[in-house]
Design a protein around this ligand. Structure first.
Ligand code: SF4
Ligand code: SF4
Ligand code: SF4
Length: 183
């Protein structure tokens, strides 16, 4: 079952956009492997991914389920830097760490890394992030590959796990200090 899910996962685009209704490509792959999800729920992969999944699983291809989204040209996020207030709220949700900037500084997007997943839009309090076709950029770069998306997502997750462990350690330390009886 695990090996089966791995083979399905290897065919997904790794944007981690959640449009399939799962929390990322791995949970969607596991749901397909368990027979709980159809093969047509990934808009970034579109018809090409459906065809690969259909061949792997020996099932009929289906049209993309448009309740998940529609297939379109590659997109990329762009920040209107004149409106950005440097709050940094867009940084943690970006699965591939495509946004650079620090608190109280303007933020910008690494075009060659951004997958257009749109996960940074909702957290921005001033709506200064737009999604545009990659081809409309003045210097369009190639779309990132599934392999590079996955590599960047894994390092994003590893860093988040470390940060969470450090946060818990500091919290425990503080609790112990507060509960220690006065000498
Ligand atoms: S890229 Fe496809 S499989 Fe991965 S999270 Fe997005 S919709 Fe789901
Ligand atoms: S910058 Fe925004 S659209 Fe681009 S990958 Fe990150 S979260 Fe997704
Ligand atoms: S969330 Fe919006 S305002 Fe805040 S740093 Fe990101 S782009 Fe700038």
């Amino acid at each position: 079952m695990r090996a089966h899910a791995d083979r399905i996962h290897a065919l997904l685009p790794q944007t981690q956009c959640t449009r399939c209704g799962y929390q990322g490509c791995r949970p969607y792959a596991e749901a397909i492997a368990a027979g709980e999800a159809a093969i047509n729920r990934c808009p970034p992969g579109g018809a090409a991914t459906i065809s690969l999944l259909s061949a792997l699983l020996k099932v009929d291809p289906l049209p993309l389920d448009e309740t998940c989204g529609i297939e379109g040209p590659p997109t990329v996020a762009v920040i209107d830097e004149s409106k950005c207030i440097g709050c940094a709220r867009c940084l943690p949700p970006c699965p591939v760490d495509a946004i650079v900037g620090a608190q109280r500084q303007m933020h910008t997007i690494l075009n060659d890394v951004c997958t257009g997943c749109e996960l940074c839009l909702a957290p921005c309090p001033v709506d200064c992030i737009r999604i545009v076709p990659r081809a409309s950029l003045s210097t369009p770069s190639a779309e990132p590959t599934a392999e590079s998306n996955l590599r960047r997502f894994e390092s994003h997750e590893a860093r988040r796990t470390l940060q969470e462990a450090e946060r818990r350690r500091l919290l425990d330390e503080r609790k112990q200090r507060v509960s220690r009886p006065l000498a």
